[in-house]
Design a protein around this ligand. Structure first.
Ligand SMILES: Nc1ncnc2c1ncn2[C@@H]1O[C@H](COP(=O)(O)OP(=O)(O)OP(=O)(O)O)[C@@H](O)[C@H]1O
Ligand SMILES: [Mg+2]
Length: 246
């Protein structure tokens, strides 16, 4: 079986009048089942662009994206929605919970899209809420919870459909450092349980919590390897003219 996620020379270009913005510029990488990978880079480096492509929310301008061996670039809107429901669990910075629904109902939503019967939905939602430590709050509404607890609900919602990939976009962006550590611990536990986790962040100290770091600069991969390597944390690219001044 091939890699779970494979980018072959993926490009995403935006044409703005005379200039071309290369948001993704020939990115090639593979992510295998069971990996915990952080995609890291400064503002404008192309993280959201990659996240949108990995998450089947957008397709490359050129190059090939294979998810579970399937060519996502060739899919129409319906097929994209289908593969998203089937393969991906999303965690966002803003938890995107529905305020009028209780926790069980919020977590059930992805299963409704999959047409899972109600009793089974409830059971699965309860299980994953217990898994993230919220088994005693099943009937609470999101606004009765702390930020960290709300993020745990959104993790439960990402997990409930047993997705092949958990895709977390700045999941600790709205949290204090203590709560951030808790949320990162949950992601690490999910990885130990065998899940594939892709974490998008601009923050090196958060990226370090993954096993592997893919660093982006100007839409290109400038580092791909062990998160513990000293090279993982340095800004690889110093523009030539700046270098000369030194
Ligand atoms: N819809 C768009 N039209 C034009 N340019 C875009 C568009 N979306 C992104 N870009 C450009 O592509 C580049 C990469 O953007 P992207 O949003 O992927 O960066 P990012 O790493 O997520 O940044 P941030 O940390 O600020 O969220 C940037 O130069 C951005 O201005
Ligand atoms: Mg972004």
């Amino acid at each position: 079986m091939g890699a779970l996620i494979e980018f072959q020379e993926v490009c995403k270009y935006y044409y703005m009048g005379d200039t071309t913005v290369k948001a993704a510029d020939h990115i090639s990488m593979k992510i295998e089942r069971g990996e915990f990978v952080a995609i890291v880079g400064q503002s404008g480096s192309g993280k959201s662009t990659c996240m949108n492509i990995i998450g089947c929310l957008d397709v490359p301008t050129a190059g090939t994206y294979l998810l579970g061996g399937r060519d996502v670039g060739k899919m129409n809107k319906n097929e994209l929605a289908e593969i998203r429901n089937e393969m991906l669990g999303f965690i966002f910075q803003q938890y995107n919970l529905l305020p009028r629904l209780d926790l069980i109902e919020n977590v059930e939503i992805p299963l409704m899209y999959k047409g899972v019967p109600k009793a089974e939905r409830r059971k699965r939602a309860q299980e994953v809420l217990e898994q993230v430590g919220l088994g005693d709050k099943l009937k609470s509404k999101p606004n009765e919870l702390s930020g960290g607890q709300q993020q745990r609900v959104s993790i439960a919602r990402a997990l409930v459909g047993k997705p092949a990939v958990i895709l977390a976009d700045e999941p600790t962006g709205a949290l204090d450092s203590h709560t951030s550590r808790e949320v990162l611990s949950i992601l690490q536990q999910l990885h130990r349980d065998g899940n594939t986790v892709v974490l998008i962040t601009h923050d090196n100290s958060i990226a370090m919590r993954a096993e592997r770091i893919i660093r982006l600069e100007d839409g290109q991969v400038v580092y791909d390897g062990d998160s513990k390597s000293p090279d993982a944390l340095v800004q690889a690219h110093i523009p030539e003219d700046e270098e000369e001044e030194k």
